[in-house]
Design a protein around this ligand. Structure first.
Ligand SMILES: NC(=O)c1ccc[n+]([C@@H]2O[C@H](COP(=O)([O-])OP(=O)(O)OC[C@H]3O[C@@H](n4cnc5c(N)ncnc54)[C@H](O)[C@@H]3O)[C@@H](O)[C@H]2O)c1
Length: 302
């Protein structure tokens, strides 16, 4: 298969991450029509209130994109004629394996299976898909602010599939980051998670405050945001989930310290302070202290 053969993209799971817009015929599949209706409305809203005002697409292009999107909760209808699947179902290896196995039965033989998993290694569920040579990770970041995707094969991925998925990423205006082998956290998230772990450890071991850790980063790097501000943007539930996962699964960094960091995050999660999206996390939004011109000087106190 070559890029020119990809005409229809099937998105499995229409939650937060299943909503990237493509220049292809796109079908959304999810477990209920209610979720699908809600997702289609969210995509239209994201287009009209973000992509159009940001001049990334015109209103005419948005109409054309919406015209190419269909949604169904019928798996057989969804799978028909699919050339490439982008899977964004929950981050659970059993659910992913089950959904891929189901679509392996329904999709044409040519269909490429891509997964948007954040933490799981594709090799862990490659066998269960029934077509391991056609499975590869295509991992999106926040499509509102970035256009970088990780393309990560597992040891059994066919090199021809890697090439098509690279070309596909370019065709949807993404910058493909090509991984030579499986790696936890891909490329950017692996770097980011080291910075966040270091920042959390500085706070949970009593070395410095949240604000001073951010101030150090912002002041030296000349950046508008520090690690704790970034974690608020990612959502503290997600950050806690990742830390809690690593506390139980890593052999690299002392798991005990990561568990301390995860427990610290859990205090915020339990209070419903999930970061920017709930208007409170390490900082209060919409006007977080770090966005104040005085923040770097240390004159603004919490
Ligand atoms: N949220 C992020 O910032 C982010 C970023 C990159 C990657 N991801 C990855 O994307 C995936 C989904 O994350 P999310 O945040 O969009 O989750 P989400 O919970 O918002 O969405 C998951 C969707 O999958 C649907 N679903 C559940 N079971 C299904 C099934 N059997 N068949 C089809 N659909 C099913 C749910 O109804 C829901 O709509 C995860 O693997 C996650 O790690 C998330």
């Amino acid at each position: 298969m070559e890029l020119k053969d990809i005409k229809k993209v099937l998105i499995l799971g229409a939650g937060t991450m299943g909503q990237h817009m493509h220049g292809y015929h796109v079908t959304f599949y999810d477990i209920s029509d209610k979720i699908l209706n809600h997702s289609i409305k969210r995509i239209e809203k994201l287009g009209s209130s973000f992509f159009v005002p940001a001049h990334r697409i015109t209103i005419e292009q948005l109409k054309e994109i919406m015209g190419r999107i269909t949604a169904t909760s019928n798996p057989a209808d969804a799978a028909k004629d699919a050339d490439l699947i982008s899977e964004s179902v929950p981050e659970d290896p059993q659910i992913k394996a089950k959904v891929f196995a189901q679509f392996n039965e329904l999709c044409p033989e040519r269909t490429i299976f891509t997964t948007n998993t954040s933490l799981l290694m594709p090799s862990k569920f490659a066998g269960a898909t029934g077509r391991p040579e056609k499975l590869i990770a295509l991992h999106f970041h926040d499509v509102r602010t970035t256009n970088v995707v990780d393309v990560m094969p597992h040891p059994g991925t066919d090199p021809a599939v890697i090439e098509v998925v690279h070309d596909f990423a370019v065709s949807i205006s993404q910058i493909p980051i090509m991984l030579h082998r499986e790696n936890n956290g891909y490329v950017f998230n692996a770097m980011l998670s080291s910075i966040c772990t270091a920042a959390l450890t500085l706070v949970t071991t009593g070395v410095a405050s949240v604000e001073d850790v951010d101030r150090a980063w912002m002041g030296v790097m000349r950046m508008p945001i520090g690690p704790f501000g970034m974690m608020d943007q990612m959502g503290l539930k997600t950050v806690w989930h990742v830390n809690d996962y690593w506390a139980h699964n890593t052999q690299d960094i002392p798991a005990k310290q990561i568990q301390v960091n995860a427990d610290f995050l859990k205090l915020y999660v339990d209070r419903g302070e999930l970061g920017a999206k709930t208007k409170k996390g390490f900082y209060a939004y919409p006007n977080p202290e770090y966005a104040n011109a005085e923040f770097l000087s240390g004159k603004v106190k919490k």
